[in-house]
Design a binder for this molecule. Structure first.
Ligand code: ADP
Length: 258
């Protein structure tokens, strides 16, 4: 196995002084399916966003396939982002565009800016996008507008868009937090099976521990911006789970009272 991602001593302090990440060290191998769990506000989303530099880190290093993320110039960052698919809680689709166009947006990182502006996708990219949509059971939705779809269908389009990038890494930030249990299963399955089939590494933020245990081979627990657990599911005991989430309820109660 070889590392896709190496994160060393990563710190993120937001401008208002909030310390969201406090010295994170993580290495992810090609094809690993890793769930990140932890209470709300732990820093899970900030971590994923630092990896593709939607958020700039404050200190530390992020290496993606040997390229330094935090020091990359615009061109290098574009190259890095093309190989990292992102799946968002609220799908981030262009609602007025067709399902097919939304999936093709996954190819924009590979196109020159002129072709991108005029949406001049290659025939081969279109065929590929259609085959992803068929694979994920959206053959009847290909030419519909994204805003005509249900939440579960929208998220499957989000998964297709990420897969169409031919990524080495997928970052999924609470991909099922807005979905009902049935759609959640379909979406998690589609992410999991395709990552396995194509040896794509995946980091998925989940607040449901049971779902993390169902899919991931490795779990990383984050609390107050620090990694407090990194191991196999079999090593994650209920007392460790309690430790990861402990204190959160009192904190929420205090916030509600203040
Ligand atoms: P999680 O994904 O685990 O819920 P986040 O990464 O969203 O956690 O947040 C981690 C911490 O950073 C929280 O205290 C949150 O309030 C804070 N935070 C997140 N985004 C910002 C921002 N843009 N500006 C200031 N603080 C932020």
């Amino acid at each position: 196995m070889s590392a896709v991602l190496e994160i060393e001593k990563l710190v993120k302090r937001y401008n208002d002084g909030t310390l969201a990440l406090n010295g994170i060290n993580i290495t992810i191998e090609q094809g690993e399916f890793v769930a990140i769990i932890g209470p709300s506000g732990a820093g899970k989303s900030t971590l994923l966003r630092c990896i593709n530099r939607l958020v700039d880190s404050t200190e530390g290093h992020i290496d993606f396939l040997g390229d330094n993320v935090e020091k990359s110039d615009k061109k290098a960052l574009r190259h890095i982002r093309a190989k990292i698919g992102m799946i968002f809680q609220h799908y981030n689709l262009v609602e007025r565009a067709s399902v097919l166009e939304n999936v093709l947006h996954g190819r924009l990182g590979y196109m020159n800016s002129i072709s991108g502006v005029f949406n001049k996708y290659k025939e081969e990219d279109k065929k590929d996008a259609i085959s992803w949509l068929k694979k994920l059971g959206l053959e009847n939705e290909i030419y519909k507008r994204a805003d005509e779809l249900s939440g579960g269908q929208k998220q499957r389009v989000g998964v297709c868009r990420a897969l169409a990038q031919n990524p080495n890494l997928i970052l999924a930030d609470e991909p099922i937090a807005s979905l009902d249990p049935r759609s959640s299963d379909v979406v998690m399955n589609s992410i999991y099976t395709n990552c396995k089939e194509f040896n794509i590494a995946c980091l998925v933020n989940l607040h449901q521990v049971e779902i993390a245990q169902q899919y991931a081979t490795r779990i990383i627990g984050i609390k107050s911006g620090e990694v407090v657990f990194d191991g196999k599911i079999s090593e994650l005991s209920s007392s460790l789970i309690n430790d990861i989430y402990e204190g959160k309820e009192e904190e929420m109660e205090q916030k509600a009272l203040s």
